[in-house]
Design a protein. Structure first.
Length: 140
C-alpha cells in the first residue's frame, strides 16, 4: 500500500463525546493502521470535513476540523501525515441543483477539488523522507 486517504468526520460532530475524542482516535487509528499493515511510515492524508465552508461558525462543525488538523500536526513535519483544508471548496446550496446542504450539496466540482488537493498532498508525502515515529497518546 502506497498511502491512505481519509475524508470522514461529519457524523462525529453530532455526538459531543465523539467530537471531543476525534483527534486522539485519529492518531491511534493512524498508528494502528500502520502497525496492522506493516508499513510504519505509511503516508496518510486527512481531508477536513469542511462542509459549510470558510463561513461556518458552529462550534460542533469546527471542532472535528480542528481535531483533524491537530491529528495531522501531532505527527510533525516528518511524520508523513498531511491535513487538507477543504472549506475553500464549499459551494452554497442555493447555487446548486441538489440543495441538500450535506454531502457537499452533491457538487461534482467540489469533490474533484477535494480529490486533487488530497492527491497533491499524497504526492508531497510520497516524495518526502520518512522521519521518526510520533509519540502515541494515551488510549481513550
Amino acid at each position: 500500500m502506497a498511502g491512505f486517504a481519509w475524508h470522514q468526520g461529519w457524523n462525529d460532530r453530532i455526538d459531543p463525546a465523539m467530537n471531543a475524542a476525534y483527534a486522539t482516535n485519529m492518531i491511534w487509528f493512524i498508528h494502528d493502521l500502520r502497525r496492522d499493515l506493516g508499513v510504519p511510515d505509511l503516508p496518510f492524508v486527512i481531508a477536513a470535513t469542511g462542509q459549510g465552508g470558510p463561513e461556518e461558525t458552529h462550534p460542533r462543525a469546527l471542532s472535528p476540523i480542528r481535531a483533524q488538523a491537530a491529528a495531522a500536526a501531532h505527527f510533525g513535519p516528518t511524520g508523513r501525515v498531511a491535513f487538507v483544508d477543504t472549506r475553500p471548496f464549499w459551494r452554497p446550496a442555493e447555487v446548486l441543483p441538489n440543495r441538500q446542504n450535506y454531502h457537499w450539496n452533491g457538487n461534482a466540482e467540489t469533490f474533484h477539488q477535494i480529490g486533487v488537493a488530497m492527491g497533491e498532498a499524497m504526492l508531497s508525502l510520497l516524495s518526502a523522507p520518512s522521519g521518526r515515529a510520533a509519540a502515541r497518546p494515551a488510549r481513550p
